[in-house]
Design a protein around this ligand. Structure first.
Ligand code: THU
Length: 131
């Protein structure tokens, strides 16, 4: 699948963002190793800390459907600059697919591509701990 198509899926999902508190709409689209696409949006809450990011909604929706291997995550936002995944979302991406490609876009869907390891060079892993 070409990046533009995955970005278009994220952009379409973004319309359903529930973000009355930040007014920052985010969309995500996740391509699985098998070629399926799962989308997510940020869902906010009056108790702000309960907000969940678009990327995690996409990943958790895919995992719920039985998916475990992901190849590309596209992220869109409605602000002028590039919308990058937050640290929490990067950690969740790394749980399943350390080799994930991440497409970050500006509001015109101009994109930059990263490897997940570019964005999160060191991650929390139980295997890294000395006990
Ligand atoms: N947000 C995401 O959906 N993904 C991110 O990676 C960073 C932030 C959302 C959360 C909140 O609804 C809004 O953007 C402003 O922080």
């Amino acid at each position: 699948m070409v990046p533009e198509k995955l970005i278009a899926a994220a952009r379409e999902a973004q319309n359903n963002s529930y973000s009355p508190y930040s007014s920052f709409k985010v969309g995500a689209a996740l391509l699985t190793a098998g070629g399926n696409v799962y989308t997510g949006v940020n869902v906010e809450n009056a108790s702000y800390g309960l907000t969940i990011c678009a990327e995690r909604v996409a990943i958790y929706t895919a995992v719920t459907a039985g998916e475990r291997e992901f190849s590309i995550m596209a992220v869109t936002g409605d602000h002028a600059g590039y919308t990058y995944p937050c640290g929490a979302c990067l950690q969740v991406m790394a749980e399943f697919s350390p080799q994930l490609r991440v497409l970050v876009t500006d509001k015109n869907s101009i994109y930059k591509e990263y490897q997940l390891s570019d964005l999160l060079p060191q991650l929390f892993s139980l295997e890294n701990q000395e006990v």
